[in-house]
Design a protein around this ligand. Structure first.
Ligand code: NAD
Length: 295
C-alpha cells in the first residue's frame, strides 16, 4: 500500500489517546471510524474533540482553523461500538486499555474483519510489538505507533517495528506520521521501548520519594519544574496520563524485566483501586484531589 491509498483511518478505543488521534487524523483530511465499547464513551469522545481543552473550538478561537473547517473535521469522524465498522479501514490505530490480552483479542478480530492490505498499528505504551503481533497472521503489516499525550499537541511518534514488520509497513507509518504533522523516530522493540522505559522509571521514583517522606507531591512537582525546566511535574503528568495507565505499565514492566525499580508502588495501586485515576471521564480525581492539596 502507498500513502495515497490510505483513505480511511480506524481508531479503536476513544479514551484519552484515541479521541486525540482521531482528531488529528480527521484534521489531516482522512475519513475516520472510531470504535469503543459504548455509545456513552463515544459521545464523550466526540464532545472532547469538539470542545475539549485541545479540541477544535480552541483551534477556531486561536485562529488556527475556521468554523467551517472544524465542522468538516467533525463530519469526517464516524463512530461505532462494533469492530465490523472497520472493514473498509486502510490503516488502523489501536488505543484501548493497556492490557495485552485485551489488545490481542481485538487484533485477532481485526485480522479477520479487515482487508488483507490493511495495516494495524498499536499505540501501546510498553507492550512488545513482537508479542502483540502473535495475535495476527499479517505480522508484516503490524507495527507500534506510540503517540504522546495530548495527541493533537505532542509532536513525537515513537515507531516500533516488531521482529516481522516489513520495511513497507515501517516506511508507510513514517510517511503517515509526517503527513499528520508529527515527527516519527524509530525505537527498538523491548518492554517500554525507549520513552516509556525512561518516563515510567521517573514517575515511579517520584512516588517512592513521596512515600519515603523525602518530598511532598506539590514540592516534587515544583522541584522538577524549577530544577530541570520540565513543563510538568511527575504527579501532574500522572494525572494527565491516567493513573490506571501508569499502573498497568509499571506492572507490565516489572513482570517482563523483574527489575524492582519498575515495580508499582503501593500508593499508586491504592489510588487506582479507589477510583482516583487522574483527569479522565469517570475518575474521582488525581493525586492532588486524593490528598486534598491545593494547586
Ligand atoms: P483510556 O483508559 O483513556 O482509554 C481506553 C479506551 O479503550 C476506553 O475508552 C475503553 O472504553 C476502550 N476499550 C476498552 N476495551 C475496548 C474494546 N474491547 N473495544 C473498544 N474499545 C475498548 O486509555 P488511554 O490513556 O487512551 O490509553 C490507551 C492506550 O494508549 C494504552 O495502550 C496506553 O498505554 C496508550 N498510551 C497512553 C498515553 C497516555 O498518556 N494516557 C500515552 C501514550 C500511549
Amino acid at each position: 500500500m502507498k500513502l495515497e491509498d490510505i483513505k480511511v483511518i480506524g481508531v479503536v478505543g476513544a479514551g484519552v489517546m484515541g479521541h486525540g488521534i482521531a482528531q488529528v487524523a480527521a484534521r489531516t483530511g482522512y475519513e475516520v471510524v472510531m470504535v469503543d465499547v459504548s455509545e456513552e464513551v463515544l459521545k464523550k469522545a466526540m464532545e472532547l474533540i469538539e470542545s475539549g481543552p485541545f479540541g477544535l473550538k480552541r483551534l477556531v478561537e486561536k485562529g488556527k482553523m475556521t468554523e467551517d473547517e472544524a465542522k468538516a473535521v467533525m463530519e469526517r469522524i464516524k463512530t461505532s461500538t462494533s469492530l465490523d465498522a472497520l472493514k473498509d479501514a486502510d490503516f488502523i490505530i489501536e488505543a484501548v486499555t493497556e492490557n495485552a490480552n485485551l489488545k490481542k483479542k481485538i487484533f485477532a478480530e481485526l485480522d479477520r474483519i479487515c482487508k488483507p492490505e490493511t495495516i494495524i498499528a498499536s499505540n501501546t505504551s510498553a507492550i512488545m510489538i513482537s508479542d502483540l503481533a502473535t495475535a495476527v497472521e499479517r505480522k508484516d503489516k503490524f507495527i507500534g505507533m506510540h503517540w504522546f499525550n495530548p495527541a493533537p499537541v505532542m509532536k513525537l511518534i515513537e515507531i516500533v517495528r516488531g521482529a516481522l514488520t516489513s520495511d513497507e509497513t515501517f516506511n508507510l507509518t513514517v510517511e503517515l506520521s509526517k503527513k499528520m504533522g508529527k515527527i516519527p523516530i524509530e525505537a527498538g522493540d523491548g518492554p517500554g521501548f525507549f520513552t516509556t522505559r525512561f518516563i515510567n522509571s521517573w514517575l515511579v521514583e517520584a512516588i517512592r520519594l513521596f512515600e519515603l517522606g523525602i518530598g511532598g507531591i506539590k514540592e516534587i512537582d515544583e522541584m522538577c519544574k524549577l530544577a530541570f525546566g520540565f513543563p510538568m511535574g511527575p504527579f501532574e503528568l500522572m494525572d494527565l496520563i491516567g493513573l490506571d495507565t501508569v499502573l498497568h505499565i509499571a506492572e507490565y514492566m516489572y513482570e517482563e524485566t523483574k527489575e524492582s525499580h519498575y515495580a508499582a508502588p503501593i500508593t499508586l495501586k491504592k489510588l487506582v483501586l479507589s477510583g482516583y485515576i487522574g483527569r479522565k471521564p469517570g475518575s474521582r480525581g488525581g493525586w492532588y484531589d486524593f490528598y486534598g492539596i491545593e494547586k
